[in-house]
Design a protein around this ligand. Structure first.
Ligand SMILES: [Fe+2]
Length: 295
């Protein structure tokens, strides 16, 4: 099966204080603020030309995004997710976290011959962040390869979003539903715990060891590495072959809304586990990537 998934486009986090969220993500991660609407409780930040991080502060009797209101979309709660940094920059990241006074934990995920460490820390809202090194010369590719971004020296030199880990109460149902209802490419399952890996690209690949690829991890309710939890009621954006995903979603009978675009429409779906997935056409085939602000 060729998956209609092309890449990870963005994540939306639930925060209880929008201004604090903007401060944390612009200072520590060096992300550029694209939009800030205090009345809507929404801030969007550019990760790179193709990926965004969005912060939603929930407000009573309001929806952060009216288009997604029929799906009762929320930002993710206690989401474990990972950032990409160049392998050459990885060792300097602990010092930057120290300078910000943030505790961190390092876990070796590779082998003595091929180290692949992860650096784990929490944001102020209980989301579990991870830094992973990528090798830009790796033969494995993702559609939108991470590129070094201009960041202040006091910020982590992140180049892209790498992974998200979502919680699913009904793990067996998830395992069959994600490939069938959306076309996610199942790559691997861990033997010691309920933990599936899906490659966010056309074909399942090997994870780890500096891959620039992006990943969806799906767990049953559990505490993962570095005491981090899978996200609940997450909102995630993916680049995809939208008509292909739409056919699957209609056949599955899931609630969805079409999101009209300038050239090609996107699609938002509410998964039975309470997550909302947004599938967007590749910006290469439609409109331009995230615009730079002209100021
Ligand atoms: Fe992780």
């Amino acid at each position: 099966m060729v998956s209609p998934l092309l890449d990870l486009a963005g994540l939306t986090l639930e925060v209880n204080h929008l201004e604090r969220g903007i401060r944390f993500y612009t200072h520590l991660l060096g992300l550029r603020l694209l939009t800030h609407d205090a009345a809507a409780g929404v801030a969007t930040l550019a990760v790179n030309p193709y990926q965004t991080l969005t912060l939603w502060q929930p407000i009573t009797r309001q929806h952060n995004d009216a288009r997604l209101a029929p799906l009762r979309a929320r930002g993710a709660a206690h989401l474990h997710y990972a950032w990409q940094v160049l392998e050459a920059d990885f060792e300097g990241c602990a010092e930057i976290l120290n300078a910000h006074g943030l505790p961190w934990q390092r876990i070796e995920l590779g082998t003595p011959e091929r180290p692949d460490p992860g650096l784990y820390f929490f944001d102020p809202f209980g989301h579990g962040l991870e830094l992973r090194g990528i090798n830009p010369d790796d033969e494995r590719r993702t559609l939108f390869m991470p590129q070094p971004q201009p960041r202040p020296a006091y910020s982590l030199p992140v180049v892209g979003l790498r992974e998200l880990a979502l919680g699913f109460d009904d793990y067996p149902a998830m395992k069959t539903r994600l490939p069938r209802a959306y076309g996610f490419a199942f790559a691997k399952e861990q033997s010691e715990r309920d933990f599936s890996q899906f490659t966010l690209g056309p074909r399942a690949e090997e994870d780890g060891n500096g891959t620039p690829q992006r990943w969806l991890y799906a767990w049953d309710p559990q505490v993962g590495l570095a005491d981090m939890l899978g996200g609940e009621h997450a909102l995630a954006h993916f680049y995809a072959d939208v008509p292909d995903v739409r056919r699957r979603v209609v056949a599955e009978g899931l609630p969805f809304v079409d999101l009209p675009g300038d050239h090609e429409s996107g699609l938002a779906v509410r998964d039975p586990a309470g997550h909302v997935f947004v599938f967007l056409p590749s910006p290469e085939s439609s409109s331009a990537p995230i615009q730079e602000e002209s100021s």
